[in-house]
Design a protein around this ligand. Structure first.
Ligand code: HEC
Length: 367
């Protein structure tokens, strides 16, 4: 493919213009900046489009994330030319979640250009969690972990808040999946467990996460060898044992390590055709990613579940994949005033349900 690093530098250069202006309350509405904002937005959409077009070699998940970045960039562009600078600036900040989602899938190193950009920006009105996320989005992973650790030491930020806001999940995603730094994650969790304001349920999570980290092996964090999928299955099964009910976070470390293995597995088999093995990998990826409750990164779990169903609707896990997708979709459209599912979402779900039912019925019955 076109060298992703070169595309990334173009994308980063555009963001380096846009991000500082988007954080300045009058940046996007300053007539003197209009031309450079327009140019940078156009460059961002264009290069995100290239990333999507040429991302096929890295698998459908990569393409999907690149495509989402392109759509967000186009939305920012559309708002800007429609004379809505504040909305456009908001979309620019939101679209950094795509950077984070894509970069946080695989092991990787810091890029020095991110730190150079930050030196030029006024970050004083960003909250520390927002700063930590922006650091990770621009591949300053170590600095992002530093910022999170600072947050976790603040006496007025409670461990309950860290857990419920998804901040611990954000931190552990970068520490484990990207940096592979188990020692660092362990030190942070052990320190946190010593605080005297840890509620029992968080204490229980910490205890299980620490013991899971103690048994993680180096190949779980780096390997791309043949038994990747088997190892992911085993970790997910262990995670299921420690969870008391489906939505609790006790299995977080198991899910993080397993999803890291699955990201590497799917990316190293980019052209899977209709293979049931790949469909299973995408199902497990969707399922683990949907349990990892991060603060508010853009969440591709639905896409992984749908990919799995379309690849192998007759597979034994397909009905469960559909069930999880349906539940997630309905939940995302349900509030205090009821369930308001858009017509096209309902149609899409119905089509998937039919696909699964027909494929399951067509299967030869066991004697
Ligand atoms: C669809 C996936 C994807 C998305 C979305 C994405 N990136 Fe990347 N990015 C990559 C890959 C792959 C690399 C190369 C990683 C490596 O070398 O390990 C990379 C590398 C980088 C680098 C380092 C370049 C270098 O010279 O080493 C920077 C900086 C970067 N990305 C910034 C961004 C920013 C900012 C965004 C969002 C506006 C973004 N990326 C969105 C996949 C993505």
């Amino acid at each position: 493919m076109m060298d992703p690093t070169l595309l990334m530098r173009e994308i980063f250069a555009a963001l380096a213009v846009l991000l500082p202006l988007s954080l300045d309350p009058s940046g996007f509405s300053d007539p003197e900046k209009k031309e450079s904002v327009e140019k940078a937005l156009a460059a961002l959409s264009l290069n995100a489009g290239y990333l999507e077009e040429h991302g096929g070699e890295r698998g459908v998940g990569f393409r999907y994330l690149a495509g989402n970045l392109k759509r967000d960039a186009q939305e920012a562009q559309r708002r800007f030319s429609a004379g809505q600078p504040a909305e456009s600036a908001f979309f620019v900040q939101q679209l950094t979640e795509n950077c984070l989602s894509c970069h946080a899938r695989l092991p990787g190193g810091d890029a020095p250009m991110g730190a150079r950009l930050f030196k030029r920006m006024d970050l004083s009105h960003l909250s520390p969690p927002d700063r930590a996320r922006l650091q990770a989005a621009t591949r300053q992973f170590s600095a992002s972990l530093d910022t999170w650790e600072l947050v976790f030491r603040m006496p007025d930020v409670s461990p309950a808040q860290m857990e419920m806001m998804g901040w611990l999940a954000d931190y552990l995603t970068v520490a484990i999946r990207v940096n592979g730094d188990v020692e660092r994650a362990l030190a942070t969790l052990r320190q946190l467990a010593l605080r005297n304001d840890v509620p029992q349920w968080v204490g229980e999570d910490l205890r299980v996460w620490i013991s899971a980290l103690e048994t993680i092996q180096a190949r779980d964090l780096q390997g791309r060898d043949g038994d990747t999928l088997a190892r992911a299955r085993a970790l997910i099964a262990e995670g299921e044992k420690v969870r008391e009910y489906p939505a609790d976070h006790t299995g977080l470390v198991h899910d993080l390590v397993a999803s890291g293995l699955l990201h590497r597995f799917t990316e190293s088999h980019p052209d899977p055709g209709g293979s049931e093995t790949m469909a299973e990998a995408y199902y497990l990826l969707g399922s683990t990613e949907s349990r990892i409750d991060r603060s508010y990164w853009f969440d591709p779990a639905d896409f992984y579940l749908e990919t799995s169903i379309r690849m192998a609707p007759g597979a034994p896990f397909a009905p469960q994949a559909y069930k999880e997708l349906e539940e997630r979709t309905i939940r995302s459209h349900t509030g205090t005033s009821g369930t308001h599912m858009p017509e096209d979402e309902r149609t899409r779900l119905d089509a998937l349900a039919t696909l699964v039912n027909e494929a399951q019925e067509a299967k030869p019955q066991a004697p």
